[in-house]
Design a protein around this ligand. Structure first.
Ligand code: AMP
Ligand code: MG
Length: 395
């Protein structure tokens, strides 16, 4: 049985980033960039007004000025600043002349007796000029390769004129669910049956991870039907094959043996973690397959510890890092010889300190705690009295 850290090292060596493609900005949310984005020109590219008000000469003093025109956003800048004693009405975002320009806010002026004049109550100021290159200079790196594209990142690309960023292909996942006891969520289970919740769990976790579920099937426990479904999954375009249930040593646990029969190299069949001990990781010609224990909480833990890590690496980015947080209550944590990944909630105390609240859970089938957990807190083998612990965020 290997440790979680040892398995991470093995998986990291197996998971190489997928090839890249250019795609439309509108479809790139959540994708991982495979190019650095440099500013093609200064940002902003020209001096502009940050206010509605009046464009005047830099030496203009308070008092009456004669209005000689209007500058609007989108029109070319005036050739020169207005002469002393005159002003141009200006709107936010308008381009400014090359030099000697200054602004007076609308709120710092008032109407004059003559409609062609305005009274300035404050001297001219450069404070409200948004200067060319004040955010970035031509050639500055604004986004890095390996960065996940957020909504803000997409907006930046739009403003820079990058309508088709180079991003890694989305990871495609096939999900095979095993278990003769399972029925669909909309079915009424007969005595002894239960509803399949792992299919819903995995589909949602894949959306969160930015991966694509390209194939899904549920089969009963017979070896032949599992083998047939696995062959179908292998014939799909999936980069990763997930098999739910049947990862242990029971009479119906065929995952490990079938993967080996199909030619997969088995890298691990048990990992020293709680929950989630029966966990199979295998590879064949660049493809990875994982056998996850059927219990839903174990499923969640194994996905976040191992599958999500591999999804991130294939997608071309770094896995979610462990963070340190302070335990707000230590009484819930029992000792166990195995390393435990305890379901928990992360929050901020007084808007500063990151606090981890462990949740009560009965066993690895506990879906009630699963609905609340947004983190897993690592309890070292044998327990701990420390209040500062490693946490894996699961959002
Ligand atoms: P297994 O790993 O197949 O031995 O299953 C372990 C436990 O998880 C059993 O109690 C199963 O009934 C339960 N289980 C397996 N698959 C699912 C699923 N898709 N949804 C909910 N529970 C499941
Ligand atoms: Mg089963």
């Amino acid at each position: 049985m290997i440790t979680v850290a040892e398995l991470w090292t093995r998986l990291d060596a197996l998971a190489a980033p997928l090839p890249s493609e250019r795609i439309a900005l509108a479809t790139a949310l959540g994708r991982i960039l495979d190019e650095a984005i440099l500013a093609p020109e200064d940002q902003p590219p020209f001096d502009r007004s940050a206010i509605d008000g009046y464009l005047v000469h830099a030496d203009q003093a308070p008092g009456l000025v004669t209005l000689v025109g209007t500058v609007t956003p989108g029109s070319p800048p005036p050739d020169a600043a207005p002469a002393l004693g005159t002003a141009l009405r200006i709107l936010t975002g308008s381009a400014l002349p090359p030099d000697s320009a200054a602004l007076v806010m609308q709120e710092d002026t008032r109407p004059a007796v003559h409609s062609g004049q305005r009274e300035l109550l404050q001297p001219a100021s450069a404070r409200h000029i948004r200067r060319r290159a004040s955010q970035a200079r031509t050639g500055d790196r604004l986004l890095s390769s390996g960065q996940r594209l957020t909504s803000g990142g997409l907006a930046l690309l739009a403003s820079l004129g990058v309508p088709q960023p180079l991003v890694h292909r989305r990871v495609r996942v096939a999900h095979l669910v095993t278990g003769g006891e399972l029925v669909a969520p909309d079915a009424i289970p007969l005595p002894g049956q239960i509803r399949d919740s792992n299919s819903t769990l995995i589909a949602a976790l894949l959306v969160e991870a930015g991966a694509e579920l390209c194939w899904h099937r549920r089969v009963a426990d017979a070896r032949s039907s599992t083998a047939e479904a696995l062959a179908e999954a292998l014939a799909s375009t999936a980069d990763i094959i997930l098999i739910s249930g049947g990862a242990s040593v029971g009479d119906h646990d065929h995952t490990g043996a079938l993967l080996a029969e199909f030619g997969f190299k088995i890298h691990c069949d048990k990992v020293a973690s709680r929950p989630g001990k029966p966990f199979i990781a295998a590879s064949l010609e660049g493809r990875l397959a994982f056998g996850l224990p059927g219990n839903p909480l174990a499923h969640f833990v194994c996905f976040h510890l191992f599958v999500k890590r591999v999804l991130a690496l294939l997608a071309g980015t770094a896995p979610t890092y462990l963070i340190r947080a302070t335990l707000d209550e230590d009484s819930l944590l029992e000792d166990n010889p195995r390393e435990t990944w305890w379901p928990a909630c992360l929050s901020h105390a007084n808007n500063t300190k990151l606090v981890i609240t462990p949740l009560p859970w009965r066993d690895s089938s506990d879906l009630t705690v699963l609905a609340l957990a947004d983190a897993l807190v690592r309890i070292p083998p044998g327990g701990t009295t420390q209040l500062q612990l490693d946490v894996l965020p699961c959002r």
